[in-house]
Structures are given as C-alpha cells and as structure tokens.
Design a protein around this ligand. Structure first.
Ligand SMILES: C=C(NCc1c(COP(=O)(O)O)cnc(C)c1O)C(=O)O
Length: 418
C-alpha cells in the first residue's frame, strides 16, 4: 500500500483532471486562482476553460516547440509519470562519482541500437542542458588550446541560427564564427582549423547533409537533433567522431533541457567535460530520473508506439500541407523524396519538422512579410542565411496550431485564383 507518495499522486491527478476543453493544461506549478491551478490555454484559445476561440488569431509557426507529441504522453500517463522523493540524489555526484546516471546511459545506448540511427560503442557520453549547451561545449572542445590562430566555425547555408549566435556570444580567442562553410572550401591547409556544424537532417529544410570541408584540419560537429523516425527515414547508423542528440526532438520534452553527445576522441571528451563542469558543474539529477522514465516508455516494443505515433502525425501533416501547396504557383515547398527506412523496414514518405517555403513571384522579395499579411508568423529565411525569399514554418507544434496554420495557408493560396 502507498504511504508517503500517496499525497503526491493525489495532487498530480487532481490537477490533471482539471478540464481545459482539450485546448490547454493546468499544471502542478501553475498560477493559482482560489487555490486551484488555472488552465493555461494553447495559442488562439482562451476563457477559464480554454473553450473560447480567440477571434482573428495569428497562426504562430515560428518556433520548433515539439508539442505534437503531447497527446502521446497523455495516452501513456501511467507509464510516463514519476514521483520524485524529497531526498532523491541530493549529492552533487552519483555514488560512483560520475555526473551521469549509469542506467540512463545504458538506456540511451540501447535506444540508438534499437532505432539504428547511431553507433555508440567505443564512444564517451556527455549530458548537457539541452543540446544547446553541448553545441558550444563541442566548439570549445574541438578548438586547440595551443593554436596560434582561432578555429574558424562554419556551417553550410541555410543553417540553424544558434550556431552563429551562440559562437559569437561566447566570444573567445580560441574560436571565431566565420560563416558559410563554402568560404573555406578551396583554402590551403595552412589556414588553421575549421569546425563545421553539419545538421542531418537539416533545420530548416529537412535534407540529409554531409560536411562541406574535409581533411586533417577540418573538424565536424554532427547535430542529429532530427535524426529520429518521426522526421526522417533512418537510412544508416551515424558513425561520426562527435554526434549530438536532444530529448526535445525525440520525446518532445523541450522544457526539460536534456541533450547528450557521443565523443570518440578522449582528449576532446576531457575538454568537453571541463566545459560542462565550468558551466553547470553537472547535469540535473532530477531530469536524469525523468528522462530514464520517459525513455523506458519509448523503448517499449522497440520504440514502435512512440515512433508510429510521431511518424504518422508528421507524415499526415506533410501530406496535407503538400496538397495545399500543389495548387500554388506563388509558393513552393522544399523537395524531399521517399526513402527506405531501416527502422520501419519500409519506404517512408517525407515527414519533416519544418516547411521551408520559397516565394516565387518577383515582387515577393520578403517572403516572411507575405505570410505575415495572411496572419501567419514564420521564421525569416534570412535568420538561416537562406535569403529573404524563404520563410520557415514549424510543423511540430500542437494539432490546434497545425490546423489553424493550414487554414490560413489555404486561405492565402485560394486568393491566387481569385
Ligand atoms: C527549437 C528549434 N531548434 C532546436 C534545435 C536545437 C536545440 O535543441 P535543445 O532543446 O537545446 O536540445 C539544436 N539543434 C538543432 C538543429 C535545433 O533545431 C527551432 O529551430 O525552432
């Protein structure tokens, strides 16, 4: 029979039972009104129980907030919840003096083996506060301390903007943001070390990528945030010296801030460890416990439940979006091909996290503005160094968000024939 944990379970279920009309949630740490947490409504819904649709609401497709997976976790409420004892792992370190939970490390390695998206043997693991922290940790780790000139940090256009903004923010003598990887394509090897971010599949266009730069002084950080069956066919197991993944795009728990890296070279690992120690000392024990609980759900039936749900959701969204754009001459979507997926053991159709839209008309120089006039908020193409003729629309938010986005897109495209 339950004893000390009963109160926590009762409290959690009481809050979960507050109805927000399916268009919002009440949370244990939510704002209290008359002692009860209020409903926090999804965008474009309001009222005490989120039952009111706000008039003339904008379709916000700016952020890659992965709420498309929330329904899955509600369907798996019992197996994905965890009660955290007040005395849970209070020490800075685990008993074996490491900063990462051995069971969680084992579970993550097993997950990659089951999905077949990465080789993890013979590699060290580091946990980070989101992969955001690991990205700069990797830059620091790959920049040589004794080099006469700073390492040049690059990425092929279009690329995830944080690579530039984070590298410039952590302004260092050891590394400098340079820009497009092609700038260094034909350089002589004497021009120092380059560190290239390779995002595969890519954000914003979902395409598979290889490094632009090769050779002994070209180092590469593989960002595989989206290399999961929700968004991409698994074509082979990534087998690189430095690979980064994030819980945000695997389970959708962006707010938990948990990412991990696999590193082959011991010196690079040691330097990255030093970066993590200097920046956050260690990764939260609370989030490691929760991540373990979530990944045990993912691993049930070799990931089938989560990835069938994720892929089905994203595939259907892409099919509906592609159908809408097929009748447009004004806008075009990125071209993605079906691929054989070694995980589903079948050919799977494109299901990218983002639409990377080009405005084809001569006069539509500012594509973001064109969508803004149609009450659609996208992320400007210039943010990815893809040019102002492009705009990125997030396809991974909630179903409410996607339905409103599609409604506004259909209205915009229908005006072409008017
Ligand atoms: C949320 C968004 N990107 C997250 C992201 C991240 C950061 O994810 P974390 O939540 O910090 O683990 C890392 N790498 C790539 C390629 C990403 O796209 C976005 O592009 O809107």
């Amino acid at each position: 029979t339950l004893s000390w944990s009963k109160e926590a379970a009762i409290e959690a279920e009481a809050v979960a039972s507050i109805s927000c009309s399916g268009h919002g949630n009440a949370y244990l740490d939510g704002l209290l009104f008359e002692g009860v947490p209020v409903c926090e409504c999804k965008s474009c819904y309001g009222g005490k129980d989120c039952s009111e649709i706000l008039p003339d609401c904008l379709a916000d497709a700016d952020s890659g907030d992965p709420l498309f997976l929330e329904p899955f976790w509600k369907q798996h409420a019992a197996s994905s919840a965890v009660v955290v004892a007040g005395w849970h792992r209070m020490s800075y370190r685990f008993d074996d003096k490491s900063s990462i939970a051995a069971e969680l490390e084992k579970c993550i390695r097993e997950l990659h083996a089951v999905i077949g998206n990465a080789k993890t043997d013979g590699r060290y693991m580091i946990f980070g506060v989101g992969s955001t922290q690991l990205l700069n940790g990797a830059i620091y780790a790959l920049s040589a301390e004794d080099s006469p000139s700073p390492a040049s940090v690059v990425a092929a256009f279009p690329f995830y903007p944080v690579y530039k903004s984070e590298t410039e923010f952590f302004d260092s003598v050891e590394f400098k943001w340079l820009g497009d990887a092609s700038l260094l394509k034909n350089r002589s090897d004497s021009s120092g070390t380059s560190i290239e971010f390779v995002t595969s599949p890519n954000n914003p266009d979902g395409k598979f990528r290889k490094p632009v730069l090769t050779g002994p002084s070209a180092k590469t950080i593989y960002d595989h945030a989206y290399y999961w069956p929700h968004f991409s066919a698994i074509t082979s197991a990534a087998d690189e010296d430095l690979m980064i993944f994030t819980l945000s795009k695997l389970t959708g728990h962006a707010g938990s801030r948990f990412g991990w890296a696999f590193i082959k070279d011991e010196n690079v690992y040691t330097r990255m460890q030093r970066y993590m120690t200097m920046s956050t000392l260690a990764q939260s024990h609370d989030i490691q416990l929760r991540t373990l609980k979530l990944l045990k759900v993912v691993l049930k039936e070799r990931g089938r439940k989560l990835f069938e749900f994720g892929y089905k959701t994203m595939r259907e969204r892409w099919e509906r979006l592609s159908k809408s754009f097929s009748s447009s001459k004004r806008f075009s979507l990125q071209k993605l091909e079906p691929q054989y997926c070694t995980y589903f053991k079948n050919v799977t159709g494109p299901s990218p996290a983002y639409a990377w839209i080009k405005c084809e008309r001569e006069e539509d120089q500012d594509c973001t503005a064109v969508f803004q006039t149609a009450n659609i908020i996208g992320r400007p193409g210039i943010a990815f160094f893809g040019g102002s003729r492009y705009v990125r629309l997030s396809l991974i938010k909630s179903q409410d968000d996607f339905e409103l986005l599609l409604q506004q897109i259909n209205a915009l495209i229908s005006k072409e024939s008017a």
